[in-house]
Ligand binder design. Sequence first.
Ligand SMILES: [Zn+2]
Length: 295
Amino acid sequence: MGEVPSWQWDEGTWRGHAGRIRAGRALVPGSWPGGARVAVALSFDSDHETIPLRDGDTGPGRLSRGEYGSRVGARRILALLEERQIPATFFMPAVSALLHPEEARRYVAAGHEIGMHGWIHERAEALPPGAERELALRAAGTLEKLTGVRPVGIRTPSWDFSPVTLAVIKELGLAYDSSLMGDDEPYEIVADGEPSGVVEIPVEWIRDDAVYFPMERYSALRPYASPRDVLRTWIDEFEGAYADGGLFQLTMHPHVIGHRSRMAVLAELIDHIASRPGVWFATHAQVAGYVRSHA
Ligand SMILES: [Zn+2]
C-alpha cells in the first residue's frame, strides 16, 4: 500500500480525518419538559449471547453468561423500572431479539424504547464494504417485525462508527445516534462541515458499566472497581449534569449490571436522582425529539 505514516501527513490529511464527523450545534434547551432542570436517560444494551457469537465463540460456558443477561438481568431491570415508574431505552442486536423475542416485546409493552444495536454485535469498522448497510437494514426490519415498532435510534455495537455509519443512519431515517463522545450534552452531528440533521445523544466510557465490572478468565481483565465506587462516580456525573441543567446519560448491560450486588447500586442511584426536584426521566428518543424542537 505504501501508506504515509501519520507523522508525515500534510495538513489537509489530518484536518480531513479530524473534520469528517464532528460535534455541531449543542442542543441544550432552556429547560426540560415540565420545567425540569435535568434530563436523565438510562439505557441498557441487551447484548446477551451476541458478544461471544460475534467472535465465533460457541462455548456453552461463555454463552451462558449472555443467557444470564436475558434470564435474570433484563427481568430484574424491568421490575426495577416498573417499581420506580421510569422509562428507559433498550438497544438490542437483532440476533439477541430473535433469541429472546418475548423480552423484546416486553420492553415495548412496558413503555420503554427499543433501539438498534447491530445484527450480531458486529464490529462495523471490520466489515467488508456494503455489509454494515445490509446488516443494519436487516436489523431494523427484524426489530420492527418482532415488536411492531420501527426503531428511531441506534447505538452502534461497541460504539464503532465507520466511514459509512452516518449514511446508513440517514438512509434508515433514524432520528438519533448514541455512539459518539463529542460532548456531555446532545448535539447535531456535522459531517464534512455540513449539519446532518441527526441528533447525537453522547455516551462515555465513564458512564458505562462495561468498563468497571467484566472479567475474562484467561486475560488480565478483572473488575477494578467495587459497585459502590462506581455509584459514587455516577452520582458525581449526575450532580454535574444537574448543576449544568443538562443531560445525564448512562449505558448499562443486563448481563453486567443485572447481578445482585450491582442492581442494589442501580436502585440507589435511581433513588438518589429521584430525590432531587426537577428531574425528567426519558428515553433516548424522547430526549432527541425534545432537543430537536426546543434547542
Ligand atoms: Zn453492545
